[in-house]
Write a protein that binds this ligand. Structure first.
Ligand code: B1M
Length: 208
């Protein structure tokens, strides 16, 4: 059975091949995959998120680590689902209507998956109806991304649409978006970067 430290290190170093091999070894040896996920893989991604927030690593390193994490998740996710393991919460994420930028949104989605959330990625150019559909399918938290000052106001349209729905929380982010703007339009949270998005989501969940 591989040492847990080896998997932690392989995720943080973004070594996809090693992560897949070692995770498969744990599975083949009937290891505890819930502990592997919660005790090793998620903390490894958290560490990556913190380093990114401290500007010690940049987008490419973070993407590489997230892909390594995904290689491990691909192996254990079906087993977790078959074993009745529940994700922390179901989240839907999409770039708002009129906006086709998706690199930051994809990064946030990867970090959320890495933190143990079930993520429904709605893609780009998402109209209110798309978020509504995701809520109908069980998402309790919506993450909205916008990169253009011209599409940012659409976030307000989505927030307004769900006003009064206590079962739906909305977190927003993207380069032109600010904490003040999030407050102004009545969003429940704001993530400055992918790591902060995870923290904000955890905060919103704790308050719910
Ligand atoms: Co566009 N673009 N672009 N672009 N583009 C910007 C955003 C721009 C700032 C460039 C510039 O002029 N300096 C500018 C916007 C200006 C403004 O609105 N004030 C701009 C423009 C004008 C345009 C077009 C209108 C250009 C044109 O056609 N005339 C056009 C619009 C198309 C459309 O969307 N309808 C356009 C098109 C494109 C490309 C298709 C060529 C390409 C997108 C490819 C893609 O995404 N698949 C593109 C790109 C790549 C950029 C820049 C260069 C890079 C964006 C990026 O990926 N950054 C960008 C300039 C720049 O930012 N330097 C620019 C890296 C990414 C990791 O960061 O997305 O900020 P970011 O995500 C961060 C955080 O913001 C946060 O976490 C991420 C990780 O830290 N975050 C969230 C993001 N979403 C979040 C959601 C959350 C929480 C946090 O939810 C909870």
């Amino acid at each position: 059975m591989p040492k847990i430290d080896e998997i932690y290190e392989a995720v943080t170093k973004g070594n996809r091949k090693v992560v897949a091999e070692k995770v498969q070894e744990v599975v083949d040896n009937d290891g505890d995959i819930v502990e592997l996920l919660n005790g090793t893989m998620i903390p490894a991604m958290r560490e990556i998120g913190e380093r990114f927030s401290r500007n010690e690593i940049y987008v490419p390193e973070m993407l590489i680590a997230a892909r390594a994490m995904q290689a491990g998740l691909d192996i254990i996710e079906p087993l977790l689902a078959a074993g009745g393991h529940k994700a922390r919460a179901r989240v839907a994420i999409g770039t708002v209507k009129g906006d086709l930028h998706d690199i930051g949104k994809n990064l946030v989605a990867m970090m959320l998956k890495g933190a143990g959330f079930e993520v429904d990625d709605l893609g780009v150019d998402c109209a209110v109806e798309k978020y509504e559909e995701a809520v109908e399918k069980g998402a309790g938290i919506l993450c909205l991304s916008a990169l253009l000052t011209t599409t940012m106001p659409y976030m307000k349209a989505v927030v307004d649409h769900f006003k009064g729905r206590d079962d739906v929380k909305i977190i927003i982010g993207g380069a032109p978006v600010t904490h003040e703007y999030a407050k102004e339009i009545g969003a429940h949270g704001y993530g400055e970067d992918a790591n902060q998005a995870v923290h904000e989501l955890e905060k919103v969940l704790a308050e719910a």
